[in-house]
Design a protein. Structure first.
Length: 372
């Protein structure tokens, strides 16, 4: 018999966060999160997303043992302002037992119906800056800190329980080492002259912060046309600045501004922390922080976390300016490979950006949908 219980106490919340550590124990590809960061994500006093969203964190028990988890999420901005009557769910992990996954999804269904919502979709987080989807192809590649990893059996559970594919995402990578940069080096000079643009580079984290608010506003503008997009609020912007900016090499943050110093494009690249996170095994202290700092300084692999271009400048070659600056930065650090985060198949604007880099799709992932 499967029992579902909401995680409310500190002990239960920690069990919710730590369940995947046992489920993926021994995996070469799963990348554990920092436990303290995960707990902060679900802390209603710390994470401003709870000003406009709510979440029920559910644990599944079988024979007294935790065998699954799921976060049932309602984003009220999405529901009330965008009129999308969607029940979100994420952080969905479970043993290969159809009764376990069914029991968790049934509880999500009940919560969605209690709010008069029309359908459920997942795995997704609170917003577009959270992790998304289950892997359906490409299980033999290491994950990273901004994607979920999962066992191959997950997709089969969704299908058995009557879910349909809602969105398809691609993960791509390309080789930087030995890249011929002549194309975008030539183009970027023309683009800067034609549109009176200039690049903004950094060597110190403190110099990035004055630009951060404008970057998030541009993010909201650039990504608004995409399906399932929920704008990032001012309070969330402050939260993300505090949580992430210090982890990013300042030379991996690039902005492009016009003649009036208005931002028209931005990009954020992260050094790969995957191996460091595996060594840290969920804890920054006492030794995990050293693995993270070492990766920040020496990693030869990077992940393109975010890239955005104002709609007025899309398809005008502005990203060539950004890539030219990254070419210089990556050369100095001896970067070998560049990895891209999940991108919607229908996001043609982003695919156009990368077409000259000979990208290779190494992983597919999906979200699934079911009417309530």
């Amino acid at each position: 018999m499967i029992t579902i219980k909401e995680a409310k106490t500190k002990k239960e919340l920690k069990q919710f966060v730590k369940f995947p550590f046992s489920l993926y124990k021994g995996s070469k590809y799963w990348v554990p999160p920092i436990i303290a960061d995960e707990l902060a994500t679900f802390d209603r006093k710390k994470n401003p997303v709870f000003e406009s969203a709510e979440a029920n964190l559910l644990l599944a028990y079988k024979d007294g043992k935790i065998v699954g988890r799921v976060a049932a999420i309602v984003n009220w901005v999405e529901v009330n302002q965008q009129q999308l009557k969607k029940m979100r769910f994420g952080w969905f992990d479970f043993i290969d037992d159809f009764e376990v996954s069914a029991a968790l999804l049934e509880e999500v269904t009940k919560i969605g119906r209690s709010h008069q919502l029309e359908y459920m979709e997942g795995p997704v987080g609170f917003s577009n800056l959270d992790k998304v989807g289950v892997i359906t192809e490409g299980f033999d590649h290491i994950g990273n800190m901004i994607t979920w990893y999962n066992h191959p059996y997950y997709a089969g559970h969704f299908e058995k329980h009557g879910f349909e594919t809602e969105k398809v995402y691609l993960e791509n990578k390309f080789r930087f080492k030995g890249m011929d940069a002549s194309f975008f080096t030539r183009v970027q000079a023309l683009i800067k002259r034609r549109y009176k643009l200039r690049e903004v580079n950094f060597t110190k984290t403190k110099d990035v912060l004055p630009y951060a608010d404008e970057m998030f506003e541009l993010f909201n503008t650039a990504y608004a046309p995409l399906a399932s997009f929920v704008p990032i609020t001012k309070r969330q912007q402050e939260y993300f600045k505090e949580k992430y900016i210090s982890f990013i090499n300042p030379e991996y943050i690039k902005f492009v501004v016009d003649e009036n110093d208005k931002m028209v494009a931005f990009a954020i690249v992260l050094p790969s922390f995957s191996k460091a996170l595996q060594k840290a095994n969920g804890k920054l202290f006492p030794f995990g922080i050293f693995h993270m700092l070492n990766a920040r300084k020496h990693s030869k692999y990077v992940t393109f976390y975010l890239i955005g271009v104002h709609p007025d400048y899309q398809n005008k070659g502005v990203t060539a300016v950004i890539f030219n600056e990254y070419y210089e930065a990556f050369n100095k650090r001896g970067v070998i490979d560049c990895i891209r985060t999940p991108e919607l198949v229908e996001n043609t604007a982003i695919h156009q950006i990368w077409k000259n880099f000979n990208p290779v799709t190494h992983r597919h992932r999906k979200t699934f949908k079911k009417m309530l």
